[in-house]
Design a protein around this ligand. Structure first.
Ligand SMILES: [Zn+2]
Ligand SMILES: [Zn+2]
Length: 273
């Protein structure tokens, strides 16, 4: 019998007949990796067949967003104070009066969130159609907007804290969109990720609620992880896909500050304006 390693090296160019092995021997050499690759190919084929994807902007086939439509998504040229909407560098509050009802120190976003826009459709597919690959497009928008460049000003002191999902929703979706985004941002900027928070309340998705309900929905929904270590010198960048009322970012910031954080900035791909 041919050793498995030699078989693997030679099978690129030799068939089973050329190797003089029986079908039974060939079957034994069939590894779990081979099976996984075949299942993956079948899954891709079936998804393409039954759920064909098309550009959220122009309908072009086989892509969630073509380069042309991605480049056309308008970015936010200036960041604003979350309270009074006055122009503000890095989205920080313009004064104590604006800051007093919030636990975070500012929110920085790359684009405006408008219902039925290409960006809104992409974010919807990313979260609710389980299209994890859209993450790359969203980070391209963050990079084009200059948001991540602005964060470089915080230097090595900054770290990304993804907004956590409740265990039940994580099991259902299979991934946390904020964590996936954080990993892609880390690859592009080197800003480290610290998973410091846990979601203790399985809240309703904020997108389905009216403004007033959003505030109460996430109230006390988060807690610090027992393993978390907060460094007051650090700048904590709370990462989420969308910011509407800012209540999710605020609840997370409240916990980080309770445990010693001094500066907490929200970072989102899109922001309702
Ligand atoms: Zn397109
Ligand atoms: Zn203000």
């Amino acid at each position: 019998m041919i050793p498995e390693r030699d078989f693997k090296l030679s099978r690129k160019r030799k068939s089973r007949r050329e190797l003089h092995i029986s079908p039974a021997q060939a079957l034994k050499m069939f590894t779990a990796c081979d099976l996984f690759k075949i299942l993956l190919a079948v899954k891709t084929f079936a998804l393409d067949l039954f759920f064909p994807i098309s550009c959220a902007g122009c309908g072009h086939a086989k892509t969630h967003c073509c380069k042309n439509c991605l480049d056309k998504i308008p970015i936010l040229e200036i960041q604003k104070c979350h309270s009074c909407c006055a122009a503000s560098q890095n989205g920080t509050f313009c004064g104590e009066k604006c800051r007093r009802n919030f636990s975070f120190d500012g929110i920085i976003s790359s684009a405006a969130f408008k219902e039925n826009s290409v960006l809104a459709k992409l974010i919807h597919r990313f979260k609710y159609d389980f299209a994890q690959e859209i993450c790359g497009d969203l980070v391209k928008i963050l990079l084009r907007s200059g948001c991540l460049k602005k964060l470089e000003g915080y230097g090595k002191n900054a770290c990304i804290v993804p907004v956590p999902l409740h265990k039940k929703r994580l099991n259902f979706r299979g991934f946390n969109q904020s964590e996936v985004l954080a990993e892609e941002i880390f690859k592009n900027t080197g800003i480290k990720i610290e998973n410091l928070l846990t979601r203790i309340k399985n809240t309703e998705p904020q997108a389905q609620l009216k403004k007033i309900k959003r505030l109460t929905n996430v109230k006390n929904a988060f807690e610090i992880k027992p393993s978390a270590k907060i460094n007051p010198e650090k700048i904590y960048l709370l990462l989420d896909d969308v910011c509407t009322t800012g209540s999710t970012i605020n609840e997370c910031a409240k916990i980080l500050k309770k445990y010693g954080a001094k500066t907490v900035i929200g970072l989102t791909v899109a922001k309702a304006v």
